[in-house]
Ligand binder design. Structure first.
Ligand code: SF4
Length: 438
């Protein structure tokens, strides 16, 4: 169990690397110290098998296997993951599991079904991602089991708040997060620890670990948003940098009800960036969620892997032989900006998307990820000349300097320099005479 240490890193601590007499003694069952270190790096052998492993290596290995933040799954249908973060800043690597958005509902409300339906109706697609509410925080105010089962059937993960152990017991099967005064019966389940005091939260967490609780969510209840962000930053630092066990758990924060939706939105935005794993909202507002989901998508996109779409020819609005051909790169934002404009045309079109490692047009060109050769290869690969009567390709205005180069590479094709802004595409294409005879 070596965590992230490589075989070579382990080897330098062993007798063979230090040229000690006991080197390659085979007492561990391996033919050499190197073989032992390679096995140890792959978690295929215990360090205890080598009687000569120095104390320093033992403690390094012990530290390397400590978890920075536990990762849990919630829900029985659409499984939601939370926690599992390994860095403080997304540019260090990437954030792993996006902040879970939960809406608070009372199980006994007479308009419970309508509220649940409204939350379920919220669905927006952006850059290939579907934005939805992830979970429902269900407070037991009557009719609890029935309400929880409805929420589960709708595909939401559940955070259950109740002091009725019998009902909670019956709902274990939906794999919920549980908030209850006496969690003794739920040691194997995901339970929440709350406190208004950082020291007390740490003490409670340590006690729960000692008592054998397996899965914990931390819920600091601070006085205001600035104290909350300060506390969440402290918890995340202690988890990532110190691997301080009582704080190696996902953190849940509730945003209180407010008439000021702008305030709620800005508070939630802060919490997405610093460092809430789960946010519970008392208010539900579609516009607010659209904004927050967009922010969350940006924060949780891997900075080393730009959002990209498949490189191919996309048929927009059932194109035919008289349709225009438009070319761009496979950066998701560029693709959706262009595709949305083409969709608004009253006739079909072909959108050729080059394999450009998810880079935008100019970035791809400057990194040699969009070249005349790449463009020509893509056009030929999808037999575009057989799809249209007019062999003409509209390229992004930002690539006007490539017109000649592209015409040389794409023999027989006319290269038309298009617009710089995507929003100008429909008017530009219509000005070229497309759609007049359709
Ligand atoms: Fe090397 Fe230790 Fe294995 Fe002996 S027991 S071969 S010293 S790793």
């Amino acid at each position: 169990m070596s965590g992230e240490l490589s075989g070579l890193q382990i080897f330098k601590y062993l007798p063979a690397a230090k040229k000690q007499e006991c080197a390659n003694c085979k007492k561990c069952g391996c033919p050499t110290c190197m073989a032992f270190s390679l096995k140890l790096a792959k978690n295929q052998i215990e360090i205890e098998k080598c009687p000569y492993a120095p104390e320093e290596l033992r403690s390094i290995i012990l530290d390397a296997v400590k978890v920075k933040q536990h990762e849990y799954t919630i829900g029985s249908k659409n499984i939601v993951k939370t926690g599992g973060e390994t860095v403080l800043f997304r540019h260090d690597k990437t954030f792993v599991n996006k902040t879970v958005f939960a809406i608070s509902l009372n199980s006994g409300d007479s308009d419970f079904d309508e509220k649940l339906q409204r939350v379920g109706n919220f669905q927006i697609e952006r850059i290939g991602d579907v934005f939805k509410v992830d979970a429902v925080y269900l407070k037991d105010t009557g009719n609890f089991i029935q309400a929880a089962k409805k929420v589960d059937a709708e595909g939401f993960a559940l955070i259950l708040e109740s002091d009725d152990a019998e009902s909670l017991e019956k709902l274990k099967e939906v794999n919920p997060v549980i908030i209850t005064k006496d969690p003794e019966a739920f040691k194997e389940n995901l339970i929440v620890i709350s406190s208004e005091n950082p020291d007390n939260l740490e003490r409670l967490s340590s006690q729960r670990i000692k008592d054998g609780y397996k899965k914990i969510i931390l819920n600091p209840k601070m006085k205001n948003i600035s104290e909350t962000v300060e506390m969440l930053t402290y918890i995340r630092r202690m988890a990532i940098q110190e691997k301080f066990e009582p704080f190696t758990f996902p953190v849940m924060v509730k945003i209180p009800q407010s008439d000021n939706i702008a305030k709620t939105t800005s508070e939630a935005a802060l919490l997405i960036c610093r460092y809430a794993n789960i946010i519970v909202f008392e208010d539900f507002d579609e516009a607010m969620f659209a904004s927050l989901c967009t922010l969350r998508q940006n924060i949780y996109t891997n900075p080393q892997k730009p959002l990209q779409v498949e490189s191919k020819v996309y048929d927009i609005n059932e194109p035919d032989k008289n349709s225009p051909v438009v070319l761009t790169t496979n950066f998701a934002l560029t693709y959706f900006a262009v595709a949305n404009e083409l969709e608004s045309l009253p006739f079909g079109s072909y959108l050729v998307v080059t394999p450009s490692d998810g880079m935008s047009v100019l970035t791809a060109w400057s990194a040699d990820k969009f070249t005349a050769e790449i463009a020509a290869k893509t056009v030929k690969k999808y037999n575009l000349e057989e799809k249209v009567n007019k062999k003409s390709i509209i390229i992004p205005g930002l690539l006007s300097h490539m017109k000649e180069e592209l015409e040389n590479a794409l023999e027989g094709w006319e290269i038309v320099v298009g617009t710089i802004e995507a929003c100008e595409i429909p008017e530009f294409i219509q000005s070229l005479g497309y759609g007049k005879n359709s």
